[in-house]
Design a protein around this ligand. Sequence first.
Ligand SMILES: Nc1ncnc2c1ncn2[C@@H]1O[C@H](COP(=O)(O)OP(=O)(O)OP(=O)(O)O)[C@@H](O)[C@H]1O
Ligand SMILES: [Zn+2]
Length: 687
Amino acid sequence: MSNENGPGRSGMDKGGMSGMNLFAIVILVLLAGLLTVVVSSRFFHQTMRDSDLIRLIQASKEPHGHIDIRDEQSGTIYRYSNLRSLVIHDQYATAVVERAPLVPTKIGGEMKPDGEKLNKKVRILANLPPGDGKVRSEFEQAVIESKVERSFAGPPNPLEQASPYILSILIGLLVIYIMVRRLAGAGSPMSFGRSRGKLYAQEDLGVTFNDVAGIDEAVEEVREVVDFLRMPEKYQRLGGRIPKGVLLVGPPGTGKTLLAKAIAGEAGVPFFSLSGSDFVEMFVGVGAARVRDMFLQAEAKAPCIIFIDELDALGKSRGNGQMGGHDEREQTLNALLVEMDGFGSNSGVIVMAATNRPETLDPALLRPGRFDRHVLVDRPDIKGREDILKVHVKQVKLDPSVELREIAAITPGFVGADLANLVNEAALLAARKEKNSVGMAEFNDGVERVTAGLEKKQRVMNDEEKLRVAYHESGHALVAYSLPNTDPVHKVSIIPRGLAALGYTMQRPEGDRFLMTQSELESRIQVLFGGTLAEEMIYSDISTGASNDLERASEIARNMVMQYGMSRMGRVCYKSSHRSPFLAAAAGEEYSSNCSETTQREIDQEVRRILDEANERVRHILEVRRSSLEALTRRLIEVESVDADELKRIMNANSPGPLVVPGTTVSPRITSDSQDNLSSGSIQQRG
Ligand SMILES: Nc1ncnc2c1ncn2[C@@H]1O[C@H](COP(=O)(O)OP(=O)(O)OP(=O)(O)O)[C@@H](O)[C@H]1O
Ligand SMILES: [Zn+2]
């Protein structure tokens, strides 16, 4: 269904030859020229010119006797009186004659290894001392007998003279050709500097929002983009600010590409798709040229969507790159930023990009007017998985026994791509068994297979662990919900997140925060404690999954005492450096503070006191609201993720708490819980 006939492949496209492209070619030509010079001087010594021969013969008419041959490498001088053999061995091919200021005349040339006294190729500088008639006549004789005569006699053959140059130019051209081909990859020889974007015409796309399931929140957030692409005039008339860049953030396989395609499909606009790594080339300037070319092409087809997968490959923070490719990436990134700033928001080109590591992106990419809209494409919850399965089983003949909800229930952590894979596996298994339809047994086997593949990447939790994680996350959420001065809870989830997190509680700040009050910091500590203490209350023991929570809580408490003066120790900053003890340890440095041992002990006591008090408060909250905790946990086990509205409902039904206004803004704070120690039971230090 993809149309390979992108503009990058058609050789006739204008605009491909941008300035950068020309620049690269000029560099290549210069390089080839240099190569030509080197090659020609190395392999083609100038043939002896007639005038040189005349001078040579004139010199040899002077009356002296022998020739000194100097090995220029070693500096040794060979006295060579047999002029004839020299001439013959030398073959004249490279001889240059120079008249020395006084009498001796030098013959420069190259001696072949079979020379009488020389066993390696040397440059010859022969002195012809004046005044020996014998030498002169021998030399003349040699000249007459040897091939020199020919070239001496006739006028030089221009073709013959030019041949070394022609040859080296040809070699140069060949080199250019090979380089260009390399740059262009498999494409046509001149397509380097062209964007490799693949163009999907709208009719080829055939993807709509119906094909995207289980990520409803993300779909809702991008609906506006579809509207804009459909009726750009409407938006422009009202002068509204149209999104230029939309960043889709989420783990691999959750359907980011699919979502972008669906937007194009819904809006009926062309879709350019390419990967960030396409831009990163070994030659400086090529990636930047590709970016410019891509935008040129896109603007010609506007309204349309440019989709850049793996944005992190090209958008990594500048200035922390390694040596290789660093400049190139920086230039490419700059070109992208310039292009995004350059096209007006009414040009109708919307740039979408996907990444699963937004934190590595250059902050410049996230500024207003660039990728300022972020859409989280998260792992689907149980309902989402069921919906995704529904999409994918459409092409499969199902046995009536198949319960998609049941399959969804046994596939926590699966993303859209895994589920598509699962359906495919099940269908293959059924075919192998020569069944007429795909049954539950095949799905169960399929789950095992796909899980086995996934288990290498991430752990799939068993029921017991899942329950514990559910209590833990409910604890965080309940405490956050119950305290007045915390950010509202946006989502609680026990869907494994990435490699290390078992579940998470996501809070959304209500605006940019520049200051934190003491009570806010205390609340933050309490929210962090909520998870562990909920576990403790239910199981009477705690698990290792919470070590990160404790670490963060202690860090906050320590800062309160030492940096912010928020303790009984008074309004004093005890920090000698900005590094916390934790960070110093991580950097392998000794944590130094100017405190005396007594002060140090007092600080520790204060930190403890803050943590203990938080502990008590959290314990109290959890005990009072135990029924809410249980209810939330049950719901989490059932549906795996609970949003703000539902959380409010559950809380209100069980024990009313402070009113929560769901926030809408950037940088959600996530209390995620590491799994790496939870199941093994061994306590390791996390890096
Ligand atoms: N939400 C979904 N609904 C339906 N199918 C999905 C969904 N997510 C993924 N798939 C299936 O998985 C395939 C791969 O998904 P896609 O390439 O869109 O994931 P992605 O998030 O872009 O991954 P990556 O980050 O690795 O590029 C899709 O073609 C589709 O078949
Ligand atoms: Zn936790």
